[in-house]
Ligand binder design. Structure first.
Ligand SMILES: C[S@@+](CC[C@H](N)C(=O)[O-])C[C@H]1O[C@@H](n2cnc3c(N)ncnc32)[C@H](O)[C@@H]1O
Length: 258
């Protein structure tokens, strides 16, 4: 039996120019790509010769169970395929990439991890928010906001202003998360932001504070969102107007042509 290979690849926040070079190479050579809901179609299009199969899990709507995904990866590799398991951001940040790596290892399937630019850092960066900044924050915590059992043990012990808080999968629970921090003596005026669809043409940012986060009304559509809480959010007003990706690419070409 010829053994194939599985690459657990991070797709970054959506803009294909934010893919790593190794991710692009693996996508170009893949026979099969199993991809998640938040992977952009531009990134997927790079895998021109591959069969592409949606296995997404979005807000409880599961196309396949995790066990079924693991089994698919293993079976395809055992049939000699070059498989890319494509996940938004980084595969090992709140992406169950570790579970898939363990399943592959247990089955004796050769695999690699191709790290991606996690939205936990990229979404704030693209909105002009450095997650750390001298004088404002010396660290950041990243939590899943999908359930109190996921974020409570971390945020419930975080003293006010101890670190920037980045919440993925937390939009539906923004009011509970804000209340938990307020109960923990965080100031209601602590700056907060919600970053929608970072790295895509639909990208936009809401900024406000902890007291307004719960009442903030998300825009129509089912856009992915990253929440950031902390003083670093104030920098968005100064840094958030950095060149858009298209303008940045144009400026770079101009420099290269000199
Ligand atoms: C299952 S987690 C996967 C995180 C991913 N592994 C990473 O490293 O970014 C999905 C969550 O990531 C965040 N997310 C993913 N893509 C995003 C984007 N383009 N803009 C804002 N947030 C995004 C949202 O909070 C979404 O609910």
């Amino acid at each position: 039996m010829t053994s194939g290979f599985v690459s657990l690849v991070g797709a970054g926040p959506g803009d294909p120019s934010l893919l790593t070079r190794r991710a692009v190479l693996r996508l170009r050579r893949a026979d099969l790509v199993l991809y998640d809901a938040l992977v952009s179609k531009e990134v997927l299009a790079i895998a021109r010769r591959a069969h592409r199969f949606y296995v997404g899990k979005r807000a409880g709507r599961h196309a396949l169970t995790q066990e079924a995904i693991n089994a698919l990866l293993i079976r395809a590799a055992q049939r000699g395929r070059r498989v890319v398991r494509l996940k938004a951001g980084d595969p090992f940040v709140l992406g169950r990439g570790g579970e898939e790596a363990l399943a592959l290892q247990a089955a004796g399937v050769p695999y690699e991890v191709v790290p991606g630019v996690t939205t936990a850092v990229a979404a704030p960066a693209l909105a002009g928010i450095p997650v750390t900044h001298r004088g404002l924050a010396t660290g950041f915590v990243v939590v899943s906001g999908h359930d109190e059992s996921a974020y409570g043990p971390v945020l419930g012990h975080l003293p006010p202003r101890a670190a920037t808080v980045v919440v993925l999968m937390g939009l539906a629970r923004r009011a509970e998360i804000a209340q938990l921090l307020l109960d923990r003596e965080w100031s209601p005026t602590t700056p907060a932001a919600v970053l929608y669809a970072a790295g895509t043409p639909e990208a936009h940012t809401w900024t406000g504070d902890l007291s307004g986060l719960g009442a903030h009304q998300p825009p129509a559509g089912d856009l992915p969102a990253t929440i950031v809480i902390g003083d670093v959010v104030t920098l968005a007003a100064k840094l958030g107007r950095a060149a858009a990706p298209a303008e940045a690419a144009q400026a770079q070409r101009a420099v290269q042509q000199r």
